[in-house]
Write a protein that binds this ligand. Structure first.
Ligand code: SF4
Length: 257
C-alpha cells in the first residue's frame, strides 16, 4: 500500500548553530527542529507537543527570532533555509532534529530530496532510533544518523531494544554513517549498559559510540559524576572491544540552542 506523502509539517525552530553532540561536534549546521515526540524521556528538554508557530532565526546565529505560522510547507521551509544558507554563511550540514522528526516521515520524504538539491549540504538526522519503518522511508537521503539507544533506567520508560536492533540493522544494510549516543544519569544501570553493548556488538556496526552525561534539565537533576561516567565508559569499551567516547552537550556550555 502506498504511504501518503505530506506537503507540510509542524516545526518548532529553525536556526543556525554549532553541533554540540556526538562526533560532529563543532560543525556549523542549519537546524530544523520538528515538533512532537512519541517518547517522554525523564531528561527531555524540548517541547513535545505541536506549536502554533515556528521560531525562525532572523539572521543565522543571531538568536533573534520571528514567529511563522505552523504548519510549514515544503516550499516555505526550503525558501527560509536557502535564505539562511546564503553567500555570507557557510554551513557544513543540514541537521534534522526534534522532538522526533521521523514522526513526520511523510513530509521528510518530500522535503529531503529537494533540500539536498537546493541547499547542497549533507543531511544529518538526530533520532530516538526506535522507528525503523519510518526511517526506511527516508534513509536514502540521509548522510549521517545520530541515533539514541535509550536506556530504560535513564529514560524512566519501557525499553526499545527490539526497535533499536531493527534500526541498527537498517543503518548497516544501507551503509549510512552513524553515531550511537547513550545518555547516562545517576540512575544508569549496569544491566542496561551490558544490554546496549550486546545489541551494538551483534549488529556488527563500527559506528562511534558516545556516552553523553545527562545535563540538568527542567524535569530532573540526576547528573552523573565524572567518576561514574569513567566507570561506565570502561565497562562499555571492554564489552564492545573498542573505543567508547564521553562527550557532554557542548552547545549548552556555550549557552547555545
Ligand atoms: S526522544 Fe528526545 S525529544 Fe523525545 S522525549 Fe526523549 S529526549 Fe525528548
Amino acid at each position: 500500500m502506498a504511504v501518503k506523502k505530506q506537503n507540510s509539517a509542524f516545526v518548532s525552530e529553525i536556526f543556525s548553530s554549532v553541533q554540540g553532540e556526538g562526533i560532529h561536534i563543532g560543525r556549523r549546521q542549519l537546524f530544523v527542529r520538528f515538533c512532537e515526540c512519541h517518547r517522554n524521556c525523564l531528561y527531555c528538554d524540548t517541547p513535545l507537543k505541536r506549536t502554533e508557530t515556528v521560531a525562525v532565526e532572523r539572521e543565522p546565529g543571531s538568536g533573534v527570532f520571528k514567529q511563522v505560522k505552523n504548519p510549514v510547507s515544503v516550499q516555505r521551509l526550503l525558501t527560509v533555509l536557502e535564505k539562511m544558507n546564503g553567500p555570507n554563511f557557510a554551513h557544513d550540514d543540514l541537521f534534522i532534529t526534534g522532538g522526533e522528526p521521523l514522526l513526520q516521515a511523510g513530509f521528510l520524504e518530500t522535503f529531503l530530496p529537494q533540500a539536498r538539491l537546493r541547499l547542497d549540504l549533507p543531511v544529518h538526522l538526530e533520532t530516538s532510533g526506535d522507528l525503523p519503518e519510518e526511517f526506511r522511508r527516508v534513509s536514502e537521503w540521509i548522510d549521517h544518523v545520530l541515533m539514541d539507544i535509550k536506556l530504560p533506567s535513564v529514560t524512566g520508560e519501557q525499553d526499545a531494544w527490539e526497535e533499536h536492533r531493527a534500526f541498527l540493522d537498517l543503518i548497516e544494510a544501507e551503509e549510512i554513517g552513524s553515531t550511537i549516543k547513550l545518555v547516562v544519569s545517576t540512575d544508569t544501570s549496569e544491566p542496561d549498559l551490558i544490554e546496549a553493548a550486546e545489541l551494538i556488538h551483534a549488529s556488527g556496526t563500527q559506528s562511534a559510540v558516545v556516552l553523553q552525561p545527562m545535563t540538568a534539565a527542567s524535569k530532573t537533576d540526576r547528573v552523573p559524576t565524572a567518576r561514574q561516567v569513567l566507570t561506565w565508559q570502561a565497562q562499555m569499551a571492554v564489552a564492545l572491544g573498542r573505543s567508547v567516547r564521553v562527550i557532554p552537550q557542548c552547545h549548552k556550555m556555550m549557552g547555545l540552542l
